[in-house]
Design a protein around this ligand. Structure first.
Ligand SMILES: Cc1cc2nc3c(=O)[nH]c(=O)nc-3n(C[C@H](O)[C@H](O)[C@H](O)COP(=O)(O)O)c2cc1C
Length: 201
């Protein structure tokens, strides 16, 4: 027997946990803020375009609408406490960089700090805001992406060692086991070596 739910959304899993950084006044680093978000996604590859979704009226949302710039920093599970603080406090009431001790690093294209502890950092420019019932979708171009060298293999970021945080239905998880590269079945059909799903980590 299947149970039918009234509120199915949170079963679309897992979502990444990201830290979005903002600066509300140009060159004024005392106005820097961090917000934890999980309702986010990829929209297009060329130009690289993403979306972040926020309930209406949030301080960070208002800042992004005004400055049209923000950073996306992907935290490791070791920073779960700092993430939780950024997701439960308000930037117009408290300095979250000071509160968490997270390290600011300079972005190259935007006037917003990035977070040093995060192995993946993106610089984003707002393109559009789409109004939904309770939430707004912020559509943005990724104008620069930085990946910590130690998690880079060949031409790709190596997610196995990063220990990234995921969000599932109101709880935190750590990104799980690597199994195989995409289309490994197709490769085997062409007579190439089948990459068996690996039991790593
Ligand atoms: C893991 C996590 C994920 C979250 N995801 C979202 C989200 O996708 N959209 C949203 O509006 N709020 C989300 N929140 C809540 C915001 O982070 C929270 O409201 C925050 O205090 C807003 O900060 P601000 O007042 O500085 O803008 C999330 C919180 C946590 C801890």
């Amino acid at each position: 027997m299947m149970k039918t739910l009234e509120r199915p959304l949170e079963l679309l899993y897992p979502l990444p946990v990201i830290l979005v950084t903002t600066r509300s006044k140009k060159d004024k680093n005392e106005t820097d803020n961090i917000v934890a978000l999980s309702w986010v996604g990829i929209i297009d590859s060329d130009p690289p375009t993403i979306n972040i979704n926020m309930s209406k009226g949030k301080y960070s949302g208002k800042t992004i609408k005004a400055t049209r710039e923000f950073g996306i920093c992907v935290p490791r599970a070791t920073n779960i406490k700092e993430v939780d603080i950024c997701g439960s406090t308000h930037g117009d009431e408290i300095d979250k960089f000071k509160l968490t001790g997270l390290k600011k690093v300079q972005a190259t294209e935007i006037d917003v700090p990035l977070i040093g502890e995060c192995p993946i950092q993106m610089e984003c420019r707002l393109e559009d805001v789409i109004d939904f019932g309770r939430h707004e979708m912020f559509v943005a171009k990724v104008v620069k992406t930085h990946v910590d060298e130690q998690y880079f293999q060949g031409s790709r970021a190596d997610f196995k060692g990063m220990g990234l945080l995921c969000y599932v239905d109101g709880s935190y998880y750590r990104l799980g086991d690597y199994m195989a590269d995409l289309f490994f079945c197709k490769k085997s059909m062409k007579g190439e070596d089948l990459k068996e799903p690996k039991d790593e980590q």
